[in-house]
Ligand binder design. Sequence first.
Ligand code: GLV
Length: 326
Amino acid sequence: MFKPKVFVARQIPEVGLELIRAACDADVWLERLPPSPEILRERVRDCDGLVSLLTDRVDAALLAAAPRLRVVSNFAVGVNNVDLVAASERSIPVGNTPGVLTEATADIAVTLLLAAARRLGESSTDAKEGRWLTWEPRGWLGADLVGRTVGIVGMGRIGHAVAKRLHFGWGMRVIYTARSPKPEIDAELGASAVSFDTLLTQSDFVSVHVDLNPTTKGMFGAAEFAKMKRSAVFVNTARGPHVDQVALAEALRSGAIFAAGLDVTEPEPLPADHELYKLPNCVIAPHIASATHDTRDAMATLCAANLLAGVRGERLPNCVNPSVYD
Ligand code: GLV
């Protein structure tokens, strides 16, 4: 029986691989590190489908090297690693995995917010390294959450899930920026859409949930950190390039803001000698927001469904460039 040929650029959870192997002739990249661009190009040359990760650049050159390619299924909700214009020009649908990682990602945003606000990283390191002298009335003072204001930058699925946790859990006032008004969320959370400037100046906590595109790249620089409260906590679980990291490091060092919690950086991995690691008020996680057993299984299942639909010439369950079907 003819089986479409696909390249899977990493070992995704077994539940997804099983679905793919049952229907396709699958070449799965078994290394821990991603294939180089040259190897990726070589391996997709005669493929009908590709499963890519956010660490794999799917650009015009790669697509041109794969004349049979009928689908790119990205194992992520973000698709900034894929050249969507080039894919659309070649009528290749691109799939992603929205929805299934919303709750896990919101959990990490709140985890980072709490860890940064309550100085968990630096105090825990101190304890482990033998500097815990006694219980100090003035030691390790952090920020309260109850009744404070959170600014959600991008009130999409994940922004909404974070806002719900902070509003219903800690009674926070929610302000946000969004491409379009969100009357249901305003009613549900007593939230208000505001300008980006108002969000920066009024928020005690700022959490980033926009996708990465030319208009959002570098949206947090020296001017934005200067507008924030000196007590503000900045959280980024979206993409590293949203932030000018030199400006962030300076804002954290100078006390222009209180602390930051990052799940994403630029580059990834962040080199071990990077300035941000040296700042005690910066908590950094290695891009783990969707890393729960159930979430990664759900991503694998959806990613496989997108791939299989694509190689069969059917509409992808989640397609980010639906104009290919027009
Ligand atoms: C992870 O960052 C994703 O986009 O799924």
